[in-house]
Design a protein around this ligand. Structure first.
Ligand SMILES: Cc1ncc(C[n+]2csc(CCOP(=O)(O)OP(=O)(O)O)c2C)c(N)n1
Ligand SMILES: [Mg+2]
Length: 258
């Protein structure tokens, strides 16, 4: 198991480093939100999923696409806008999809795939399968109304959903703290009004993520309903593009080095 997790994380890191290295050639005509630093989240969660399960991502989802088994070649082709890209070259970085492994898609709309995951889980339930749906989203997505609506519906029908919040402390250049009233700042607790268990894990510890996701997946498969996983992590690159962004002044080099 450890080797499998390591391989997944390494693939994600090497792929992103390649994107970062090639991007300055300006032949990829798609903005890229790199996943470097967050690999343990996608690797730890997706190692618990089968290709008959579902995974969905956000604008920063090269990692979850690859961790779920999405084609590396089709991902790069997509970044170059080629016809053999995973979205036929029409979507670019923020529209990764590979139905053959249950990766249903990603979206440029913050929070956009959260209700889609609920729909996929409901569909699985109606068809009598044991599939679960995992949705990856950032800490800003919990500020979208659709997040709360999705939690409500998933809880009401005890749907097999893993809400995976990748809390990297920032939304573009805005830190988390001033965006949230103190009482709502702990994202894992956002499921409490709906009776959804919330678990906060060290999102940089792949074993911790794997274990927490295993518990959530088992619960979902047994028909016991959704779980909210809050994975504490950190984005190493700038919000978008291959470069560091300390010159923007919203975070310091000292923080980045920690
Ligand atoms: C509905 C919507 N509102 C605003 C934006 C602009 N936007 C793009 S990324 C982003 C911040 C996302 O932050 P977070 O969810 O924490 O994800 P991260 O980039 O940190 O991975 C915003 C506000 C958008 N794409 N969609
Ligand atoms: Mg964020």
């Amino acid at each position: 198991m450890h080797e499998d997790l390591y391989r997944r994380m390494l693939l994600l890191r090497l792929a992103e480093e390649k994107v970062a290295a090639l991007y300055p050639q300006q032949e990829m005509r798609s903005p890229v939100h790199l996943y470097i630093g967050q690999e343990a989240v996608a690797a730890g969660v997706c190692a618990n999923l089968k290709t008959t399960d579902y995974a969905l991502g956000s604008h920063r989802s090269h990692g979850s696409y690859l961790a779920q088994g999405g084609s590396l070649k089709a991902m790069f082709a997509e970044l170059y806008g080629r016809r053999d890209g995973c979205a036929a070259g029409r979507g670019g970085s923020m529209h990764m999809v590979d139905e053959s492994v249950g990766f249903l898609g990603t979206s440029a709309l913050v929070g956009g795939t959260i209700p889609m995951a609920v729909g996929a889980a409901w569909s699985a339930r109606l068809r009598g399968t044991d599939a679960v749906a995992a949705c990856f989203f950032g800490d800003a997505a919990v500020e979208e109304g659709v997040f709360t609506e999705s939690l409500n519906l998933a809880a009401l029908h005890r749907l097999p959903v893993l809400f995976v919040c990748e809390n990297n402390l920032y939304a573009t250049c805005t830190p988390l703290a001033p965006r949230q009233p103190a009482a709502a700042a702990e994202i894992r607790r956002r499921g409490e009004p709906f009776g959804i268990p919330g678990v906060r894990v060290d999102g940089n510890d792949v074993l911790a993520v794997h274990e927490a996701a295993a518990t959530a997946v088992a619960r979902a498969r047994k028909g016991e309903g959704p779980t909210l996983l809050e994975c504490m992590t950190y984005r190493w690159k700038g919000h978008v593009g291959p470069d560091a962004d300390t010159h923007l002044g919203y975070r310091s080099q000292v923080e980045l080095d920690l």
